[in-house]
Write a protein that binds this ligand. Structure first.
Ligand code: ADP
Ligand code: ZN
Length: 744
């Protein structure tokens, strides 16, 4: 056996957060040699800077070229366990990022950068709120970004961290600085505050006796935990079938055996109620949430690493929670596409959960009422063991369901209407009976387009090939991609015609309800109305207390709502998801309709679900209303098998983007030709290049090439070839997305 002496720890191979597929070797100076080990966070010189990186290997051999020395340690002990290093390596290979990029994604910012308690720059209004509108109007002509930034700050109703303000306004820091110079905004440095919601005390509550289906599921999962097997389960049960109770029991068993659990939920479901449910059963619960401040996140992370949390709840990135002994990973609402990260590394947290569970001999439980077809397929070929919760715990029947055909709506002259007579009458009746209504529409704003009455053209964004959405409250047309906004012009730029507003979003439905049922108290819940901290809670508790009759909203209201007095749920349009140019359109529609429909009729009052659509006979809508997942999956699987789409094939996609359209197109074609030389087997096809469905975003022209492979190895090959070629020059960018969720 070779003994590692201090002398032999002479060189460190370091992964850096750069898009380069290589490690960098640094000499380890004498005083650090005894401490240097894989997983350590180090500071190293790179070019003229000093940057942070992760030591992944310590080697004795002189690499044969001169190395600069490691200049310091960020931390005295490793931040990554061997299993986490392995997980990062797996992510890098699978999703085509560098190891350094994958490692850095796994660490909270404050931990990564040395954990100094930072004072952050915050921005607040320097003028009275009443003066904001005038100031915005004045700025708008020439300084659109400043105008938007000022308005967004005013909407927040409190100071915002500058970083957060920039994120919301989709701008860099310079408009904020200019606003400060103009005396409209005040900048200050402050200690970060704690989010009071998550420090909340919760009463302990014992679990209820399980019903037989739950008991069977728990027994099976617990057997895997006791045996220390990394078994993977699909817990298949409609909303209200008691899945969460099963997670809680499995977690209790995990904690009893001295291990910890991670629970991943979609960001949008990570509400205080969800957290409270876990806190009521465990003393030591940590929460990782995207709205935590850097300080909070760092504190949570460190206490998790010290083993002080038995259960970690979080969105996507919580899969990297550094629990010392992982026993179980639960992914709730596992069909949700938000588990896929949209920037580098573009990992899917569900797949990362599978990998991590395997590496650490932990149990994996994916829970859903409408599993993704990938999960369903795996449950058939044995890679996931299926556990069913076929009935709702509280009993109760599913609500009556009605499909309202939007093509049959009789237009009322002079008045645009978006609620069918059916839905409108049902709302009126429910309100008259003092019952509550939820109207769901996954589209914010007022009208989906401003259309010229003369030429029929719709106003598009200046930076994106996207039609602008009219927002009534701010009286502007807005780009939902880049944040661009402007006043609706009086006349069409090409033909001088006047505009009409076409299509509808949540704002317009709210207005229509206010007209149709004047006595109803209506509230809207979408990302436009939920900008103030705590607004979400405020609306939900008002709804719960009966102070709101009709709640109109986007997917924000589709999750976790459980209100006994809701007897009517309307899906204002199921067509938006159905018409997406995406092979998952039917699956998304099925999931959406089934989830929303599952919210109604939770009490003895019963309930009705009304779905408005232009395609009333579409199988995904019909079957969702019958809660017939199996039949839906059967039909949809045939289409997927025929076309070679997941789960029967695999996809990866490259987007070539740049400000110069001909150049981006030319590079995409070159890339396609180069790929074609390497990818020659019959099971792998290259499609494109073609302009992306959204051909321009933020002034960047976009072309994509799609790789469709029957076997995973085809995708791996594709990723290798793409990564192996030199990076494009100048302003061109190349985005690689493996297992893409969106093809837009
Ligand atoms: P899901 O996660 O599938 O939506 P939940 O676990 O949230 O289902 O259960 C739905 C409701 O039923 C909750 O209010 C929960 O407290 C209750 N519940 C769950 N299991 C039981 C049980 N065994 N006995 C009584 N009530 C239960
Ligand atoms: Zn735009």
């Amino acid at each position: 056996m070779r003994v590692m002496t201090a002398m032999s720890r002479s060189y460190a191979e370091v992964a850096l957060n750069l898009p380069l597929d290589r490690l960098f070797t640094y000499a380890v100076p004498e005083p650090l040699r005894s401490r240097m080990s894989p997983g350590m966070r180090v500071l190293v010189p790179f070019g003229s800077r000093e940057i942070g990186g992760t030591c992944v290997r310590v080697v004795p051999e002189d690499p044969g070229f001169p190395c600069k020395p490691v200049t310091g340690l960020v931390e005295e002990s490793p931040l990554f366990s061997p299993a986490m290093l392995r997980l990062a390596g797996w992510i890098a290979r699978r999703y085509g990022s560098s190891l350094g990029e994958a490692l850095d994604a796994a660490l909270p910012f404050a931990v990564r950068s040395g954990g100094r308690r930072r004072r952050v720059l915050v921005a607040g209004l320097a003028i009275p709120e009443a003066g904001v509108e005038k100031a915005v109007d004045e700025l708008e002509e020439r300084f659109a970004k400043q105008a938007r930034t000022l308005r967004i700050l005013a909407d927040a109703g409190e100071e915002l961290e500058v970083r957060e303000l920039c994120r919301r306004a989709k701008v860099g820091e310079s408009p904020v600085r200019t606003l400060a110079k103009k005396g409209l905004v005040r900048l200050a440095r402050r200690e970060q505050e704690r989010d009071p919601l998550f420090a909340m005390r919760v009463e302990r509550e014992p679990g209820k006796p399980l019903i037989p289906a739950q008991q069977r599921a728990v027994d099976t999962i617990v057997a895997s935990i006791e045996a220390g097997r990394s078994d993977a389960y699909l817990l298949f049960g409609v909303t209200g079938s008691g899945k969460t109770e099963v997670y809680l029991r499995a977690l209790e068993e995990t904690v009893r055996s001295g291990r910890q659990g991670i629970v991943l939920v979609p960001e949008i479901a990570l509400t205080p109620q969800t957290v409270a449910r876990f806190r009521s059963r465990f003393d030591r619960v940590a929460v990782l949430h995207s709205h935590l401040t850097d300080v909070e996140r760092q504190e949570q992370w460190r206490s998790i690493q010290r083993g002080e949390a038995d259960v970690v709840i979080g969105a996507r990135s919580a899969i990297f929670a550094p629990v010392p002994r992982l026993g179980i990973v639960v992914v709730d609402e596992a069909h949700e596409s938000t588990f896929k990260q949209q920037n580098v590394p573009r990992y899917d947290a569900r797949e990362a959960a599978r990998a991590r569970a395997r590496f650490e001999r932990a149990v994996l439980v994916l829970g859903s009422a409408t599993p993704s077809l990938e999960s369903f397929h795996r449950s058939r070929n044995g890679r996931l063991r299926r556990l069913d919760l076929p009935e709702r715990v509280a009993g109760g029947t599913f609500p009556e369901t009605i499909v309202a055909d939007l093509t049959q709506t009789v237009p009322v002259p002079g008045k645009a209407r978006f609620l069918t007579d059916r839905l409108r009458a049902a709302v009126i009746q429910a309100v008259a009976r003092k019952e509550q209504v939820i109207l769901f529409l996954n589209r914010r704003g007022y009208a989906t387009a401003a259309i010229c009455k003369a030429c029929g053209g719709a106003v598009e964004c200046e930076n994106c090939s996207i039609v602008l959405v009219y927002h009534r409250r701010i009286r502007r047309i807005v780009c939902h991609y880049c944040g661009f906004e402007r006043r609706l012009p009086d006349r069409c730029a090409s033909c001088e015609g006047t505009f009409r507003l076409g299509g509808f979003g949540t704002e317009r439905i709210e207005e229509e309800i206010a007209h149709a049922v004047p006595e109803a108290r209506v509230a809207r819940m979408d990302s436009d109305t939920m900008k103030k901290r705590g607004a979400h809670e405020e609306v939900l508790s008002a709804f719960r207390a009966g102070r709101i009759d009709v709640l109109v909203g986007t997917q924000m209201i589709a999750k976790g709502l459980d209100f006994p007095n809701v007897t009517l749920v309307g899906i204002v349009s199921a067509d938006q998801s159905l018409n997406l140019p995406d092979y998952r359109a039917a699956e998304r529609t099925f999931g959406l309709v089934a989830q929303v429909a599952g919210r109604a009729g939770r009490s003895e009052k019963g309930g009705v679900v009304i779905v408005q659509t232009r395609e009333p006979d579409h199988f995904s809508i019909r079957l969702a209303l019958r809660h017939d997942y199996e039949r839906f999956a059967e039909i949809e699987m045939q289409t997927r098998a025929r076309d070679g789409y997941p789960p029967f094939g695999h996809l990866a996609r490259i987007v070539v983007q740049g400000p110069d359209e001909p150049e981006a197109g030319r590079v995409a074609r070159e890339l396609r030709d180069q790929l074609g030389e390497w990818i020659v087997d019959d099971d792998t096809a290259l499609l494109g290049p073609a302009p992306c469905p959204i051909a321009m975003i933020n002034g960047q022209a976009r072309f994509h090439i799609v790789c469709k492979a029957l076997r995973r190895s085809g995708i791996r090959r594709f990723v290798q070839v793409v990564r192996g070629r030199p990076r494009p020059k100048g302003k061109l960018r190349l985005l690689l997305d493996v297992d893409p969720i969106s093809m837009l």
